[in-house]
Design a protein around this ligand. Structure first.
Ligand SMILES: NC(=O)c1ccc[n+]([C@@H]2O[C@H](COP(=O)([O-])OP(=O)(O)OC[C@H]3O[C@@H](n4cnc5c(N)ncnc54)[C@H](OP(=O)(O)O)[C@@H]3O)[C@@H](O)[C@H]2O)c1
Length: 256
């Protein structure tokens, strides 16, 4: 399974975004990666200098999105809205307004207005939002994140409903619990504010976290091996056993 098309991945400097960028590059795609830390992006791009283009930009900032739109001067076939932050681990009664807004600006406004900024390069593109279980059920002390992921999930459904971007298709995908910087941030919380903290330490200790490289294979398969109806039929979940044998078999010969 090889692709010769172009994808833009936000949050390409670490975790799921990094692994996905390298996987697509290995398969022959042209990949734009976006993030705020240049050195992390450069690390992702090493070994793939001719396929991966680094764009240092903040998606929550209008000038950052304009910069991305300036660099991406050709049509994109795929867009992965992956960048997000968890934000402060605290209850809603004490969350500072500034930090609340930062989470919504990155996790919700970023994807919406980046899709707008790139709209004329996204005709007939496949656009995927990286979702989370947190979009669908509350996790005490993750209020800003849960609300932002619920909003992002509704945004995907709205885009699907409105068909306002010619020929574009929208998907949403839950990657499971993945061994990334975000999980390290979760484990750094304190039990007084975060009642479920011990569970996340246990997941880590017991090796229950999914490797980002595995999520990359799943994302690749959903983008490149599904027909249009299946791509946007319902939210994808890496734990969905109806598809796991298919995507594992289709992608297993290529490592990141
Ligand atoms: N890990 C999990 O268990 C898990 C579970 C469910 C869903 N997810 C979702 O998976 C996605 C990827 O997260 P991850 O786990 O791979 O964590 P991660 O390693 O922390 O990745 C997040 C990336 O987003 C980038 N980013 C954050 N704010 C940005 C901004 N304003 N502009 C541009 N880039 C920005 C970060 O780079 P810079 O800091 O350099 O900008 C970072 O590379 C997120 O949407 C997350 O919600 C993760």
């Amino acid at each position: 399974m090889k692709v010769n098309s172009r994808i833009l991945i936000t949050g390409g400097g670490s975790g799921i975004g990094r692994a996905t960028a390298r996987y697509f590059a290995k398969q022959g795609a042209g990949v734009y990666i976006v993030g705020r830390r240049r050195e992390k992006l450069e690390e992702t791009a090493k070994d793939y200098k001719n396929r991966i283009t680094v764009i240092q930009a903040d998606i929550s900032d209008e000038s950052g999105r304009e910069h991305i739109a300036h660099v991406v001067d050709r049509p994109l076939q795929m867009l992965l809205h992956n960048a997000a932050i968890l934000g402060p681990i605290t209850d809603l009664t004490s969350i500072p307004e500034k930090e609340w807004q930062q989470v919504q600006n990155i996790n919700v406004n970023g994807p919406l207005f980046l899709t707008q900024a790139l709209a004329d390069r996204l005709h007939h593109a496949r656009i995927m939002h990286v979702s989370s279980g947190a979009a669908h059920y509350p996790i005490a002390s993750w209020g800003a994140y849960c609300v932002s992921k619920a909003a992002l999930f509704m945004m995907y459904r709205m885009f699907r409903e409105e068909h306002s971007l010619p020929g574009a298709l929208f998907a949403s995908l839950r990657p499971g619990i993945v061994d990334t910087e975000m999980q390290a941030h979760i484990r750094s919380g304190d039990t007084a504010r975060f009642p479920h903290l011990h569970r996340f330490h246990e997941f880590y200790k017991n090796g229950a976290l999914t490797a980002p490289e595995e999520v990359a294979r799943f994302i690749y398969w959903v983008f490149t091996a599904t027909d249009d109806a299946l791509f946007e039929a319902e939210e994808w979940d890496i734990r969905d056993e109806r598809y796991s044998r298919k995507w594992r078999a289709a992608t297993n010969e290529s490592e990141v």
